[in-house]
Each structure stands twice: as C-alpha cells, then as structure tokens.
Write a protein that binds this ligand. Structure first.
Ligand code: FMN
Length: 379
C-alpha cells in the first residue's frame, strides 16, 4: 500500500539517519526503581521498542530533580542513577543499532505529586502549590543543563525538553504567564528557560538532537494556543512565536501535541467518543510544518485512529504535513508495530482499543501496562 511506503522512508534530522518515520511517543510506565533509578522492567520495555524498529523512540518523562516527580515511581536523572541510564542505552542499541533514543527531560511543576513539591509559574486559584521565585527558576534552568549533560554522558541520541501537557515549561509558555521578572510576559520571557537550554546544549553537546514537545492548544483560558490571559478560543499565533524562538535557539524539531491530560484529557488523547479531535491534531501538525518548513515536525495522537492510524500517518507524510508520526498508546499495545507493518504483517498488529486502561493505571499511580494485550509477566 502506498501510504505504508511513506512510513518506511528514511529521514535525516540534525545529520542523523532515521531509518523510518515511526516515532514512539513518551509513555510513562511508573516502574522506576528506588530514587527514580532505571529498573529491569524499564530496560525491558525499551529493548522491546528497539526490537520493534521505531525510527526514533522517546524515553518516557525523566525528572531533572527529585523535587518534581509526577509519579512515585517516575524516572529521575542524577549522577547516582547515571549507570542505569547507560545500561538502558546499551541494551537499546544492542537490540537495534539504527533506532535512535532521545530522553524526555521534565520538571513537573504543578503536575508534581503530593509526595514531591508542587509549584507553579503564576498566581491563580490553585492554592495547593507555590509560585516559583526568580532564583528558583534560575536553579531549575541549571538542573536542566545538568540533566542534558548526564543524558549525553549516558549516550542518548537527543533530548526532548518537555513543554507540553501542563508541565512546568508548558505552563511557562502560556499567555496567562504574565510574570515580569524575565520569565514571563512576552514570548521571549516565556521561552527563556527553553532557549537557554537549547543554546547551551547546542554549544556543549553539538551531537545531540534537540527538540521540545509542545501543546499547540491546551483548551483552557489563557492557555497555550490562545492569544491572551482571558482568552479561551484557539489562536495559534502566539504559540507559533514561541516555536520560532525555540528554533532560533537551536531546536531541531517540535513534537506537536495538544491539551493537558489532567485537565483536558480528551484533547491530548482522543478516545472513541471524540475521535474527531484527531483532525485537530493533524491540523496543528500541518500548521507548524507550513510555518517552519525547515523544522522537523513530529505528530501526535495517531493511536486514536486504531487500525487506520498507520494509513492516515502515511497520508500525512505523503502530503508533507508532518515528518515523523508519533504513536503513544499504540507503542504500549504493541511495541513491535513498525516491524510488523514494514514486514507486510499489518494484520498481525495488536491495535490499541482506546479502552483507557493505561491512563487509569497511571492516574492511580499503579505500574502501567496494556490491560488488553500484555501477558501476566508485564503486570
Ligand atoms: C499511560 C500514559 C503515559 C504517558 N506518558 C507520557 C510522557 O511520559 N510524556 C509525554 O509527553 N506524554 C505522555 N503521554 C501522552 C502520550 O505520549 C500521547 O501524547 C497520547 O497518548 C496521545 O497519543 P496516542 O493517541 O498516540 O496515544 C502518556 C499517555 C499515557 C496514556
């Protein structure tokens, strides 16, 4: 099928060869060991994804500090855990030399668990978290720089600076962030941490692929994808200004997402009853590609279309609306998806049923697995 052929085509990002267009989106499985360390279960999960021949795999969210864990068993990168991350990268590349592995680095901000430190960028009605001070934001920037260095030492092919889904750097991008201390107000202030990370990383680790996952529209008042503090309706002009600044600072790609899973989950991951929202994801990907032809655009939410996902992904690739196609829930349902499709065995793929089981496990802070297809040993 022609559309499947689009998925098989190779690609180049920042001089690195990507063997096909399948991108495994970050999926937290809440299975780290003590202190956010890499456990055997985590290594095994990424070994499976390597076996599945995804062009690029994004490691699930890795906190840059113990203060910002969103899940009790979330990953955290520091010197103590570095050997575990090296072991993970080695196991991944031993399984598949051509797949690339990027680390998603995050500060969870107000999405941090009650067992961590819940903080926010600006004053609002949520009094369960404190507004970060200017000094704290400067320290958080240093924590990101340090995490990038550790990721490079571990052998990551790139880093994704998470700025989506309501986590700290995503909150920072919002028009509602009117801080006047250089970390808010205009697009320069609201992208400051992202820009500083990209600038320093490009200089110190020129080999790394750099990018960010951004919610084009969050669906909340004053959120990303609106153009004012009190605006609710979508206008992507403002978020495009932020993307332009990230590109200028050294980002090679933008991973286009939408919504805030804790607030507007149906926007981030369309389910059966609102699968129409997938068309919005496609439109956001196309908008970014049109505006920034030189930037690699990774699309999200393709699992929502179930068995039609790969065909729609191929269509969007063929029309040059997107460069790499991201599957989240599908990579949990069947980590071997790309291998099966590229070998002509699309009928053998276990397609995500959109049952919401993985999201419910994550919400309850249980270890995450696919409740439909996983065997007993993964549970
Ligand atoms: C259990 C679970 C864990 C997730 N973990 C992450 C994560 O670590 N980082 C991230 O950016 N998105 C995360 N997401 C969002 C997915 O990457 C993806 O954006 C979403 O599922 C929609 O895409 P899909 O239709 O392909 O699943 C997670 C989603 C689920 C359901």
């Amino acid at each position: 099928m022609d559309n499947y052929n689009e998925l098989k085509k190779n690609y180049t990002i920042h001089g690195r060869a990507v063997s096909n267009r399948f991108f495994a989106q970050a999926m937290e499985i809440n299975r780290a060991g003590d202190g956010g360390s890499v456990s055997d279960a985590i290594v095994e999960r990424y070994r499976q994804l390597a076996r599945g021949s995804w062009g690029i795999v994004s490691l699930e969210a890795v906190s840059v500090t113990p203060e910002s864990l969103a899940r009790p068993n979330g990953l955290m990168i520091d010197e103590k855990n570095l050997d575990g991350f090296k072991r993970l990268v080695d196991a991944f590349h031993k399984e598949n030399e051509s797949s690339l592995l990027i680390f998603q680095l995050t500060h969870s901000g107000r999405q941090s668990g009650s067992f961590s430190r819940r903080v926010k960028m600006y004053e609002d009605e949520d009094d369960s978290c404190q507004v970060l001070t200017t000094d704290e934001l400067s320290r958080i920037t240093d924590e990101f720089h340090h995490a990038v260095r550790l990721a490079a030492m571990a052998g990551a092919d790139g880093v994704d600076i998470k700025a989506c889904h309501g986590y700290l750097l995503g909150e920072m991008l919002r028009p509602a962030n009117t801080r006047e201390d250089g970390y808010g107000n205009d697009a320069m202030g609201r992208t400051r941490i992202l820009r500083e990370i990209f600038q320093k990383a490009s200089r110190d680790f020129p080999q790394l692929i750099l990018g960010s996952r951004i919610s084009l529209y969050e669906g909340i008042r004053g959120g990303c994808g609106t153009d004012g503090v009190d605006e609710l309706i979508e206008n992507t002009d403002d978020i495009m200004d932020s993307i332009a600044l990230c590109k200028e600072a050294g980002a090679h790609y933008i991973n286009v997402s939408a919504g805030i899973p804790a607030v507007t989950p149906h926007v981030t991951r369309p389910v059966k009853s609102n699968s129409f929202f997938l068309n919005y994801h496609f439109r956001y990907q196309k908008l970014v590609k049109e505006q920034f032809p030189g930037l690699t655009v990774i699309g999200s939410a393709y699992s929502s279309a179930r068995e039609e996902g790969p065909m729609l992904a191929g269509e969007n690739l063929g029309k040059n609306y997107v460069d790499l196609v991201g599957f989240g829930r599908q990579n949990l349902a069947d980590p071997l998806t790309p291998r099966k499709i590229m070998d002509g065995n699309a009928d053998q793929v276990n397609y995500c049923t959109l049952c919401g089981g993985c999201s419910r496990l994550l919400k309850k802070h249980d270890p995450v697995h696919c409740i439909v297809y996983d065997n007993e040993d993964k549970k």
